[in-house]
Design a protein around this ligand. Structure first.
Ligand code: FAD
Length: 364
């Protein structure tokens, strides 16, 4: 393929290229857009609030607010709708045959997953999922992490007559947090008649919605009209393995950053969000804090400020909330794990959609 240089040489300001339009990259682009020439590279034309994703399957009107075209909040920057495939000390190479020069680079490619390129098709996908749920009497959910648990709960509340089976290949639900939270979620799901099977798996290689009969690794038979796979997504750093940044990937494929979010001591390369090797829960609210601090640091550097002035990230308070339908939830705080209405009031009712939109300078 013949590569073409993206021409933004007429622009007088410093060039900041952000790779990845998840919450980390999108928020950072919002923060710095008036201080530099910013270019956001993302395979899709929109940003999507991830924690509204499962509600959008049972109520697709939620997606209307939670799926936001990059052009809506990035009013003073460019969007390149493509996947980054390589990076050098001066430019980013994209899959559609362009190279984009930068003065400062920020990598925010958290996890990689395939979703439609345009917003309209993504909204259509939520409608299709909703139709699938509505037209099924029985539903199989594979995976007992936060996504599987939240989806089972959303369906159990909005469609209480559906028969739901949740199969998880570990000994308890929500293994990414403590056992108390997993047990509370299990208790709640079972109280809503969700059939939860632990320590069992479903062979995903040869299954399709037409099957209707699924066998678990223990030989149990589950009959279901449709299924949803809620498995973890791979870290979005595969494309960096051939690049000059490969030496800064840890063994989990995450980028090693310092307390200013700079990669491997490089002066002009940053990483934020789930892609970083910071030892903390990979969460949207921590990704938002990364974006806020990296934004301040970029502004200092863009004004010619010194390294000693840069803000340092000291970590975030660890708290995790998993919603259980619209009114309940389970939350793990440093001192306690609670379930019921309180986490429900904080997260489950509105899923922080308005707050996230406001942060990005949009109407609620
Ligand atoms: C169902 C669900 C519920 C959640 N609930 C909560 C919650 O309640 N609270 C909370 O704090 N967190 C929650 N999280 C976690 C939170 O969503 C993540 O921690 C957060 O999305 C991480 O943001 P990120 O921008 O770093 O990465 P991501 O959201 O993974 O975004 C990465 C972006 O990079 C793009 N990308 C990947 N590879 C490339 C490439 N090569 N070139 C260009 N672009 C690329 C992707 O398309 C994507 O747009 C939830 C997650 C899920 C899935």
């Amino acid at each position: 393929m013949a590569y073409e240089k993206m021409d933004w040489s007429g622009e007088p300001k410093k060039k900041v290229v952000i790779i990845g339009g998840g919450i980390a990259g999108a928020l950072l682009a919002t923060i710095v857009q008036n201080k530099c020439d910013v270019c956001l590279i993302d395979p899709k034309e929109y940003f999507e609030i991830p924690w509204a994703n499962l509600r959008s399957k049972v109520d697709p009107t939620v997606a209307e607010k939670a799926v936001i075209n990059h052009s809506e909040y990035l009013t003073n920057g460019r969007v390149v709708t493509s996947t980054a495939i390589n990076v050098t000390e001066t430019e980013v190479w994209t899959s559609e045959g362009r190279y984009v020069p930068y003065d400062y680079l920020v990598i925010a490619t958290g996890h990689s997953y395939v979703v439609p390129r345009c917003r309209r098709d993504r909204l259509e996908q939520f409608q299709e999922d909703n139709h699938k749920i509505k037209s099924s009497e029985s539903i199989l959910i594979v995976g007992g992490g936060p996504t599987g648990v939240e989806l089972a709960a959303e369906i159990a509340i909005d469609y209480p007559d559906k028969r739901i089976s949740l199969v998880h290949n570990g000994p308890r639900l929500l293994e990414f947090i403590g056992p108390k939270a997993g047990n509370k979620a299990l208790e709640w799901l079972r109280s809503k008649k969700v059939d939860v099977l632990l320590d069992q798996s479903i062979n995903l290689r040869n299954i399709s919605d037409g099957d209707r009969v699924y066998q678990t690794s223990n030989g149990d038979i589950i009959k279901a009209d449709c299924y949803f796979v809620c498995a973890g997504k791979p870290v979005g750093s595969r494309w960096l393995r051939q690049s000059f940044l490969k030496e800064f990937l840890d063994r989990n494929g995450r980028l090693m950053v310092d307390e200013n979010f700079r990669v491997g001591g490089l002066k002009n390369v940053f990483a934020i969000g789930d892609i970083t090797d910071i030892l903390e829960q990979k969460q949207g609210y921590t990704a938002q804090r990364h974006a806020a601090i990296a934004g301040k640091n970029l502004k200092i550097l863009l004004k010619g400020g010194r390294d000693t002035k840069l803000w340092k990230y000291k970590g975030s308070i660890q708290m995790t909330m998993v919603s259980l339908g619209r009114k309940n939830g389970v939350a793990e705080f440093p001192i306690a794990t609670i379930a019921g209405f309180l986490p429900g009031m904080i997260k489950s009712k509105y899923l922080f959609v308005e707050r996230t939109r406001k942060q990005m300078g949009l109407d609620s």
